[in-house]
Write a protein that binds this ligand. Structure first.
Ligand code: BDR
Ligand code: CA
Length: 351
């Protein structure tokens, strides 16, 4: 994918604290045309995800963005949520007014297909949660990989430990069957066994998805000083209080949501701060130069005794299969964090 001036973005997410920061970043980015948001079960159940998503978009001043709900359970497994990471409602200690805008009547996977068909080759899909909705969309429309301009995935751990089981990352772990369907569907259409690692020349070959795993997303660390800098940009204290005693609602939201997330990371990851996985993925969908990628062959373990949900990556190309994913191997986290503070700080200043 090349850098774009003006990206039509469709977000699929499981809002979630870092998902909500990604939504704020999307709204704050002038080059982003936020087409719609589809909700999947993950950090919290899908109904709560949809409530959080609409409430955050309303907080950001974008109640007009269509929000649809998709399938409410993973394809083949029971849903497991993570209240210890994101809080029982998914937004940490934050309280938001109930969303006022109704949910879209469209079913999430249908919305993805319909919007991709409406503007072939123009839409970038970014996924911040389990891949359930995208798997269902591609099962319904096998041409989806060729209809999209690009697909950016926050999911997997390619050259690092997992965060859910020793080798698995949360989004893939929740619904590994869907992840496998998506990685296969977005890979090369035909595999010629004699062609070894050569790329297919088929002009209908889709753009390979870009995947950001924990290897790079854990470099995007929000620290208390970042929140303080963002708040200062918005003209208030880190808890959102303005000099006149009123409260900036976006900074107050960030402070309350992130306090929970930072306490979690201080218990499990050894620092008082938070990995902001999803905003980095969303920022990469808008500006691919934030990461360096390598074309690699990735498959998802479904039958492991210890490793189900692992994104098994053929670094030494022993499988001889063509690459199906551009795996992010480096991220410019300094540039990203500066941009996050600037954009979301300016959005907060306007609210
Ligand atoms: C992913 O898991 C979720 O808890 C986060 O929102 C992020 O999408 C990181 O593994
Ligand atoms: Ca997420």
């Amino acid at each position: 994918m090349s850098e774009t001036a003006g990206t039509h973005l469709l977000v699929d997410c499981d809002t979630g604290i870092d998902d909500s920061l990604a939504l704020l970043y999307a709204v704050a980015s002038s080059e982003c045309d936020l087409v719609a948001v589809t909700c999947t079960a993950g950090n919290v159940d899908a109904r709560q995800v949809a409530e959080n998503t609409r409430a955050v978009l309303e907080l950001a001043g974008r109640p007009d963005v269509e929000v649809a709900i998709g399938r409410e359970t993973p394809l083949a497994r029971a849903l497991v949520t993570t209240p210890e990471t994101h809080g029982s409602r998914g937004i940490g200690y934050a309280e938001l007014p109930p969303a006022t805008k109704p949910l879209s009547p469209r079913y999430g996977p249908d919305l993805i297909v319909e919007e991709a068909r409406r503007r072939p080759g123009e839409l970038t899909l970014v996924t911040l949660g389990p891949l359930t909705n995208v798997a269902l969309a591609v099962l319904r429309e096998p041409e989806l990989p060729r209809l999209l301009r690009g697909l950016v995935i926050m999911g997997g751990s390619y050259r690092s430990p997992g965060n859910t089981a020793p080798t698995t990352e949360w989004n893939v772990n929740v619904d590994p069957e869907s992840a496998k369907i998506v990685f296969e569907a977005f890979g090369p259409r035909q595999v010629d066994s004699r062609a070894s690692t050569a790329e297919p020349t088929d002009s209908t070959h889709p753009t390979r998805p870009t995947a950001l795993g924990l290897d790079v997303t854990e470099r995007a660390r929000m620290l208390p000083e970042h929140l303080a800098a963002l708040a200062a940009r918005a003209g208030c204290a880190p808890d959102g209080t303005r000099p006149d005693g009123t409260v900036n609602p976006i900074v107050r939201y960030l402070a309350d949501a992130l306090r929970f997330y930072m306490e979690f990371h201080s218990r499990y990851d050894g620092f008082y701060g938070a990995f902001i996985h999803d905003p980095l993925a969303l920022a990469t969908a808008l500006d691919p130069t934030l990461v360096r990628t390598e074309p690699l062959t990735v498959d998802v373990e479904l039958g492991g005794r210890l490793t189900t949900g692992e994104t098994v990556t053929d670094w030494r190309r022993v499988w001889g299969r063509p690459p199906n994913v551009d795996v992010a191997v480096e991220a410019d986290s300094t540039r990203f964090m500066a941009r996050f503070i600037e954009r979301v700080g300016d959005l907060a200043a306007r609210r």
